[in-house]
Design a protein around this ligand. Sequence first.
Ligand SMILES: NC(=O)c1ccc[n+]([C@@H]2O[C@H](COP(=O)([O-])OP(=O)(O)OC[C@H]3O[C@@H](n4cnc5c(N)ncnc54)[C@H](OP(=O)(O)O)[C@@H]3O)[C@@H](O)[C@H]2O)c1
Length: 312
Amino acid sequence: MQTTGGPSVLTIVDADVRAPRTGEVLLRQDAIGINFVDTMIRKGQYPVPLPAVPGFEAAGIVTKVGPGVESLSVGDRVAYFFDQGAYATEKVISTSSLIRLPDDISNEVAATFLAKGATAWMGLRALHDLKPAETVLILGASGSVGSVLSRWARSLGADVVGVAGSLSKLDKAARGAHHAFHSQDPDLGDKLRHITPNGFDVVYDLVGQATSSLAVGHVRDRGVVVAIGAASGQTPSNYSGLAGRGVEVRSGGAPQFVHGRAVKVATEELWQLVRTGVFDDLDVARYPFEEIVRVHQDIDDRALDGLPVLMP
Ligand SMILES: NC(=O)c1ccc[n+]([C@@H]2O[C@H](COP(=O)([O-])OP(=O)(O)OC[C@H]3O[C@@H](n4cnc5c(N)ncnc54)[C@H](OP(=O)(O)O)[C@@H]3O)[C@@H](O)[C@H]2O)c1
């Protein structure tokens, strides 16, 4: 990426990959996770020095180890999330960023679920400790993070209502939740009130601007709004008026919450859910490496057909 802008600023270039230094390894990347934040980097909404290699998440095989590396060997399968420069067929990376993958978790599964799962874990375990039978409203339930979050919340015994962005995505939200609606529905407020007249215990907002009034209107007094996404833009109101009702608004970034010892806790829980089939009905949208422009265009157009993974 030489400059910021539309999807076409992403171009594939040949580059030499340097040898790994002390504490680093060289990876051959098999699957690259694509995340909404990648589009924000591309648009310049989060400035990075240019030219830049975007992407934060991938899985692959160690092909070379640098001096002093004892924890990993050539041939080990590993993954990482939140380490910039993932859109590449090979990458030199510090071992401190890497997670060794269990034998039964493929590289593709890791790249599909790691960052989204870490974000869901942050919302369900760290920002709020979700209890069985709590009522949960997920705004953005048809999206990548929302799909993972809704299934995970349901597996914890919560009563989950998902809101899709539009009628055409209603089915996506419905597959992961006990009830689903779409945000254009003129009767949405009545329908949500019919389910929980006093409001939801927890509202997860992944959409921001377009849905913040739903969060404000349908969280119960002394409930919690977990505001961890803004796919439609930042909420201008900052959920105003909630403090007077005893509602807590909690926000955070997965890189800050899922680090150190939390990485092991979060990933073990995530892989266990993968094993038990909690995410089995989710589609993976695989894009050949050469089609990086198309996947970014699909995110911009809200036309993703599954959790997006780039395949080198
Ligand atoms: N805090 C963190 O650490 C963290 C980590 C990962 C992601 N995030 C954030 O979470 C958000 C979602 O990420 P994602 O990967 O799930 O993105 P995504 O797959 O593109 O999903 C976006 C969701 O938002 C909905 N949406 C978008 N614009 C809308 C609008 N104008 N009105 C109503 N609904 C709208 C979409 O509805 P449709 O399905 O109908 O299009 C979809 O449900 C992003 O803001 C991302 O940056 C935060």
